[in-house]
Design a protein around this ligand. Structure first.
Ligand code: SAM
Ligand code: SF4
Ligand code: SF4
Length: 360
C-alpha cells in the first residue's frame, strides 16, 4: 500500500500558492482553518457521537466557554495573515449555533494578502438546512459539504444513531443548497462495514447527473468513543471496486495541493465522485489543516491529544501581533502525521497489525 499520491502537486518549500507562508517541521504550509462553532449535535452518528457516550448525562460546553464570534474572527484574521486561504465551519452541527449567519457575514469579507477573498465553506448534516440555505448564501457562505450516509431510511437512522432522524429534511437541505448556489454541493458518506456498504451504489445512482459531488470517506479512528476497528473500515479500493463494477470511472487529477479526496469522473459523463482514503492511503504529507475547537484550543491534527489554548490569551486582551506569533509558534512546532504512522503499523506487507498502538 502506498503512502503518497502519485499525481499530487507538491509545495515549494516555504511557499504557498499565494506567497510566503508559515510552514511546520515537515515544510507543510498552513492553508486551512477548520472552526468548530458548537460541540452539540442533533444527531448521534455511531462513528462520531455514539449515544452511549453522548447521552443525556453528557456535559456539553456552557455558552460562556464558547468562543464568541468576535473572538473567532480575530483568530481567523491572524490565521489568514499566516497563510490560511480556506475556512470551514463545522462542529458538532454548525447550524445549531445561534446566529451562525452573522458569523458567516463577519468572515466572508476577509481577504488574503493577495487581496483575494478566502474560501468560506461549511460542513453540515443538513437536517436544518432547508430554511437556512438562502440566509447563509446571502451572508457570504461559498460552499457546503453535507453528510449523508445512506438513502435507505433504516440504514440512515442506524448510521446517525437517531430513530426519528428526518432523511427527507436532509434531502430538502441538499436541494436548497443547490438551488441557492452553494455549489458545487458535496455529499459525504462515511462507510462502515456491515452497516451501510450496500448503500454505496444507491447513493452513486441517486447523485449521478445532478452536479452534486458524492464522496465516500473511510471510517476513521477519531477520538476514543466510536469503537473503531480496522475490520470495520471499507477501504477506498473496495468502494471503487463496487462502483466500477456498475459505472466505469476515469481518474481526475487534484484541483489543488492537499486535496484530501481522490477524484474520479464517470466515463459516461455522469459527473464527478471522490473517495477519501484517510486510513488506507494517508495524506499527512500534504496536510495543511489547523483546527480551532469550540472553546478556543488549536489542534494541529485530527488525532492530536492536546490543544493549545487561545481563549485565555484573547480574554486577557492580548494584541494581534502576540496572537499571530502564538499561532505561528504552534504551527512551526507541528510534526503530526498520525495517519501515516497508523498506516505504517497496520497496513505493512507483513500484516502484523498492532491495534493497541492506535488505541483500538
Ligand atoms: N455535523 C456536521 C456533519 O456531520 O456534516 C459537521 C461535523 S462532522 C464531525 C464533520 C464530518 O466528519 C462529517 O462528514 C462526518 O461524516 C465526518 N466524520 C465524523 N466522524 C468520522 C469518522 N469516525 N470517520 C470518518 N468521518 C467521520
Ligand atoms: Fe453530528 Fe456530524 Fe457527528 Fe453526525 S458526524 S454526530 S451529524 S457532528
Ligand atoms: Fe492531517 Fe493529522 Fe489527518 Fe495526517 S492524521 S492528514 S496530519 S489531520
Amino acid at each position: 500500500m502506498k503512502t503518497t499520491t502519485d499525481a499530487s502537486p507538491s509545495w515549494p518549500e516555504n511557499l504557498s500558492a499565494h506567497g510566503p507562508s508559515c510552514t511546520d517541521k515537515l515544510h507543510r504550509p498552513l492553508r486551512d482553518l477548520r472552526i468548530s462553532v458548537t460541540d452539540r449535535c442533533n444527531l448521534r452518528c455511531t462513528y462520531c457521537m455514539p449515544r452511549e457516550i453522548f447521552g443525556r448525562k453528557f456535559i456539553f460546553l456552557r455558552h460562556a466557554e464558547l468562543l464568541s464570534f468576535e473572538e473567532i474572527v480575530r483568530i481567523a484574521r491572524q490565521g489568514i495573515a499566516l497563510g490560511v486561504r480556506k475556512i470551514r465551519l463545522s462542529g458538532g452541527e454548525p447550524l445549531l449555533r445561534h446566529g451562525i449567519e452573522r458569523l458567516v457575514e463577519m468572515l466572508a469579507p476577509l481577504c488574503g494578502e493577495d487581496g483575494k477573498p478566502i474560501e468560506l465553506a461549511m460542513t453540515s448534516n443538513a437536517t436544518l438546512l432547508a430554511k437556512k440555505a438562502r440566509d447563509l448564501k446571502n451572508a457570504g457562505l461559498g460552499r457546503l459539504n453535507i453528510s449523508l450516509d445512506a438513502l435507505d431510511e433504516t440504514t440512515f437512522r442506524r448510521m446517525c444513531g437517531s430513530r426519528n432522524a428526518p432523511i427527507g429534511a436532509v434531502l430538502e437541505g441538499i436541494a436548497a443548497a443547490q438551488a441557492t448556489g452553494l455549489t458545487p454541493v458535496k455529499v459525504n458518506a462515511v462507510v462502515k462495514r456491515g452497516v451501510n456498504e450496500d448503500e454505496i451504489l444507491p447513493l452513486v445512482h441517486h447523485f449521478r447527473h445532478t452536479g452534486i459531488i458524492l464522496r465516500f470517506i473511510e471510517f476513521m479512528d477519531v477520538g476514543l468513543s466510536n469503537g473503531w476497528r480496522l475490520a470495520d473500515v471499507v477501504t477506498a479500493r473496495e468502494i471503487l471496486a463496487r462502483i466500477t463494477a456498475e459505472y466505469p470511472l476515469r481518474p481526475l487529477g487534484p484541483l489543488c495541493p492537499g486535496e484530501v479526496a481522490k477524484r474520479w469522473e464517470f466515463a459516461d459523463g455522469g459527473g464527478e465522485i471522490g473517495v477519501i482514503a484517510s486510513v488506507s492511503q494517508a495524506f499527512c504529507h500534504e496536510c495543511g489543516r489547523l483546527r480551532l475547537s469550540t472553546d478556543g484550543k488549536l489542534y494541529t491534527c485530527l488525532f492530536a491529544g492536546e490543544g493549545t489554548d487561545l481563549r485565555d490569551m484573547l480574554r486577557a486582551r492580548c494584541d494581534d501581533g502576540a496572537l499571530r506569533q502564538h499561532i505561528a509558534d504552534v504551527w512551526h512546532e507541528r510534526g503530526d502525521r498520525y495517519s501515516q504512522m497508523r498506516q505504517a503499523m497496520t497496513w505493512n506487507p507483513v500484516g502484523k497489525i498492532e491495534m493497541s498502538y492506535i488505541g483500538g
